[in-house]
Design a protein around this ligand. Structure first.
Ligand SMILES: C[S@@+](CC[C@H](N)C(=O)[O-])C[C@H]1O[C@@H](n2cnc3c(N)ncnc32)[C@H](O)[C@@H]1O
Length: 194
């Protein structure tokens, strides 16, 4: 497992080299928004974007009227997120922090989302960070990515088949899908019991 400072350096370098590569939100967010988020929270709410990087998902959600907290280890990524957000930055709270040590605070969120980041041990804290009735949206690579070009090749960053479902055990699962296409991913929408 690489250390937090190695990961920070690696991501600072990536964001520094290709600042424009992380602008389009993953389509899962817009789909989940119309199917699950909007019906449950028609007037918006508060969201936490775990490892939000250059901000593509936080910014998209802020555009829909949500207040978002973005946490990421990479200062370069977070600075890009701030720039990319423009005036929407007023609705995003930017936090530079190491999520391997993530602890839920007293502030709970209506929505927690995680895209393409995996730290298995913090799932209990992620659930604690959600308000009862709140939604968790999660999507990241699976081990099938090893057969495809690109993406992480380190098993610590790849979900085993069915693993995401196990990680959210105790939540009510509304949507669960594993796909091998251009990327191999697992995605989930789950709600915390009231
Ligand atoms: C593949 S990128 C995904 C970024 C964003 N979620 C997205 O989909 O655009 C992985 C992100 O995880 C962040 N990251 C890696 N290790 C981290 C850690 N220990 N704590 C917080 N963020 C971390 C990186 O800085 C990077 O922004």
């Amino acid at each position: 497992m690489p250390s937090a400072s190695t990961e920070r350096e690696r991501w600072n370098q990536k964001y520094g080299e290709s600042p424009g590569a992380w602008l389009e939100p993953d389509p899962f967010l817009a789909r989940a928004f119309s199917e699950y988020i909007q019906p449950l929270f028609p007037h918006g709410g508060s969201a936490l974007d775990l490892a939000g990087g250059a901000g593509r998902h936080s910014i998209w959600l802020a555009k829909q009227g949500w207040d978002v907290t973005l946490i990421d280890l990479s200062e370069t990524g977070v600075e890009l997120a701030r720039q990319n957000a423009g005036p929407l930055a007023a609705h995003i709270h930017f936090v530079i922090d190491d999520l391997t040590q993530f602890r839920a605070s007293q502030t709970q969120f209506d929505l927690v989302m995680g895209f393409f980041y995996l730290e298995r041990k913090i799932f209990p804290e992620i659930v604690k960070a959600l308000r009862p009735g709140g939604l968790l949206l999660y999507k990241t690579y699976t081990t099938d990515q090893l057969k495809l070009p690109g993406g992480p090749k380190d098993a610590s960053h790849l979900l085993a088949p069915g693993e995401l479902l196990r990680l959210v055990g105790g939540m009510r699962v509304l949507h669960d899908r594993e796909v091998v296409a251009e990327k191999a991913t697992a995605e989930i929408v789950a709600t915390k019991h009231e």
